[in-house]
Design a protein around this ligand. Structure first.
Ligand code: ATP
Ligand code: MG
Length: 420
């Protein structure tokens, strides 16, 4: 065994076939319902000014305090590899003036994200998300729409074990009273210094503390549901009834807060029980004040990000076949130099006609070339020697049954097109 000199950095991994294709297929499937729903596609740089995330994700979040890949460029700019997509997309919307056109603006995106996390199964330093945002409306139908589209994406991949957790954090009408009540409760607990500090800065985040002893101490903590204003309550009720009407089951989770500071009203998470402690396959919520935080006008919004890596792990946990690895339909096996040139043009014609095809290279003998044909996943091999060519035919072999048939080279592309 040779030990390679270089390895992928800690917390990262390569996607090689067939998992590479599976990841592509997962990303496509997560985005498909958005495209069907008419969302526009947006792409932003993979790094941004560090202050965008500090402000747009929140100074007290784990992401900003512990997980950012930040560096100073040669030119002295402080930049950060994007840990999430919402702040960059909102930055792009404001910068490009999309919010001055027809509202709402509905966008989707897909790409790599970077967080300096403790690597473990389902938690990486480089990972892949598909995201969606609806900007410029407070309508609860948008919150419900996004949840339905995510659930439809998971369903289309064949996943049956994704659960929807739902909460409302309330708006500025409800939050202050809840925050105060929660703070009062938390101040009475015996907490470590860091957590006690968090109680003063952002008490809701304490609810997100995963430590069992903290969770136990929170059993009797006040819940936001009891503090929602009439309009927040009505907003939440509409989201719930639209989900029910769409046949989407959900579980109320009044403790759900999630990592970002900017959430208001609707908050949700998609979890899968086959993933161990990294159970969230996606999540999102409403963030009505974020635009103002970034120096923009009032622009309410709601969005989600689905983790492609964990979605693939969830499919494996459910024993679903890896999607996307198709191989080719036809594999050409030339015997001799003249046949090799002919096979090259056959394969080129097939590909141009939309038939997926490959061929044996390097003047391989029949045995090795047939092995390559089997590995290619092709249903048919086209075997040609100099004698076949002289007779104007090629041998088309069904690789499943072993049946072989001489076909005239003139009609061969049409013949194969019909077969596959
Ligand atoms: P977690 O609670 O697991 O840390 P999160 O709340 O930080 O998740 P979000 O910021 O909401 O996650 O990102 C949306 C989705 O992206 C997550 O539900 C998850 O599927 C995926 N994700 C987040 N961080 C990672 C990571 N480090 N590695 C792989 N996937 C991730
Ligand atoms: Mg996290």
């Amino acid at each position: 065994m040779n030990t390679p000199e270089f390895r992928a950095p800690r917390g990262t991994f390569d996607l090689v076939p067939p998992r590479g294709e599976a990841m592509l297929a997962v990303r496509d499937a997560l985005a498909a319902p958005l495209r069907t729903a008419g969302y526009g596609y947006v792409e932003t740089p993979s790094f941004e000014e560090t202050t965008l995330f500090a402000r747009g994700v929140g100074e007290s979040t784990d992401i900003v305090t512990k997980e950012m890949y930040s560096f100073t460029t040669r030119g002295g700019d402080d930049v950060t590899l994007r840990p999430e997509g919402t702040a960059p997309v909102l930055r792009a919307v404001l910068e490009n003036g999309l919010h001055r056109g027809a509202l709402p603006v509905k966008l989707w995106y897909s790409g790599s994200y970077y967080r300096y996390e403790r690597p473990q199964k389902g938690r990486y330093r480089h990972f892949s998300q598909v995201g969606a945002e609806i900007l410029g409306t407070e309508d609860p139908a948008s919150d419900a729409e996004l949840i339905v589209l995510a659930v439809d994406a998971y369903r289309a991949l064949g996943l049956t074990g994704v659960r929807v957790l739902l909460n409302s954090l309330g708006s500025h009408e409800s939050r202050p009273a809840y925050r105060a009540a929660l703070q009062e409760f938390l101040r009475r607990l015996d907490l470590d210094d860091e957590t006690a500090r968090r109680v003063e800065i952002n008490p809701l985040r304490v609810l997100d503390d995963k430590r069992p002893e903290i969770q136990k101490a929170l059993t009797d903590a006040p819940v936001i549901t009891d503090f929602l204003s009439p309009s927040d309550r009505a907003h939440h009720a509409t989201v719930r009834s639209l989900l029910t009407a769409a046949g989407v089951a959900f579980e109320d989770d009044p403790r759900l807060v999630r990592g970002l500071d900017y959430y208001t009203r609707t908050l949700f998470e998609f979890v899968h029980d086959g993933l161990g402690s990294q159970s969230a396959v996606g999540g999102g919520g409403r963030y009505d004040g974020l635009s103002e935080l970034l120096g923009g006008p009032a622009l309410p919004g709601v969005g989600w990000a689905l983790g492609a890596d964990r979605t693939l792990l969830a499919m494996e946990a459910e024993g679903l076949p890896l999607p996307g690895a198709t191989g080719v339909q036809v594999f050409a096996v030339p015997l001799g130099e003249e046949a090799a040139a002919w096979a090259f043009s056959l394969v080129t014609s097939l590909r141009r006609e939309g038939v997926t095809a490959d061929f044996a290279t390097g003047g391989r003998g029949l045995k090795g070339a047939m092995k390559a044909a089997d590995r290619s996943g092709a249903k048919y091999a086209v075997v040609v020697g100099e004698r076949d060519l002289a007779e104007g035919v090629a041998q088309v072999k069904d690789l499943a049954t072993g049946e072989q048939q001489a076909v005239s080279v003139n009609g061969l592309v049409t013949h194969l097109k019909r077969l596959v």
